[in-house]
Design a protein around this ligand. Structure first.
Ligand code: 5GP
Length: 198
């Protein structure tokens, strides 16, 4: 998606260790008009799928997922990070390794808000090694929900998560795929043909 790539080039900051900071429009200040156009792009890419729920993970996925849910006219559920898992059967839970914070945390979704009738579109801001997504996929599997697709704003193509999930057969649509980035010069290279011309 050219609009998103241009914005990453303009306002993204390449950090050491393969981290891209996009605080100016996505992870701290949020550009809702941009989110709206991203949502329209996902609507086009997932047209015809019987999506009745958006699933994301706190915190940074929530802003985008809320706008996407509005465009699809369906509810959004976010997986919560927690210290203490309550094992009374009212929660689906999984463990996720955090790329940015380098630690493991537990994630939960209430059984009230996800179940076998749900056809889910998973939305997140970044895809790196794919740990966050695999956690959300595991939660969908526990719930018996159908995963109709995965929409990612920025995939880092030099980390393995995206290609592994595509190989596993998921309909994964990343709106910008960063192929390489250089913290010394700030240069960012995108994978050609990553979704749409808008
Ligand atoms: P994964 O689980 O795929 O390794 O990492 C995905 C999660 O880590 C995303 O939900 C995102 O919050 C965070 N993340 C991974 N890489 C980056 C990055 O380069 N920049 C930012 N801002 N967040 C990242």
């Amino acid at each position: 998606m050219e609009l998103l790539e241009e914005r990453i080039r303009r306002d993204g900051v390449v950090k050491a260790g393969g981290v891209l900071k996009v605080d100016a429009f996505l992870n701290h200040q949020m550009d809702i008009e941009l989110f709206s156009q991203m949502a329209e792009e996902w609507k086009r890419l997932f047209a015809g799928k019987p999506i009745n729920k958006i699933l994301t993970i706190e915190a940074s996925g929530i802003g985008i997922a809320a706008v996407v849910a509005h465009h699809f006219g369906v509810p959004v559920v976010f997986a919560k990070k927690t210290q203490s898992i309550n094992l009374d059967g009212t929660m689906y839970s999984t463990r996720i390794q955090s790329f940015t914070h380098n630690r493991i945390y537990d994630v939960i979704v209430s059984t009230r808000f996800l179940g076998p009738d749900d056809h889910v579109l998973i939305i997140d801001d970044f895809l790196a090694n794919g740990c966050a997504l695999r956690g959300l996929l595991e939660i969908c599997e526990s719930a018996g929900a159908t995963v109709e697709g995965i929409g990612i704003a920025i995939e880092k193509g030099f980390q393995p998560g995206g290609d592994e999930l595509r190989e596993a057969g998921y309909d994964l649509q990343s709106l910008a795929i960063v192929e390489a980035m250089d913290p010394a010069t700030g240069a960012i290279e995108f994978r050609a043909g990553a979704q749409g011309k808008t």
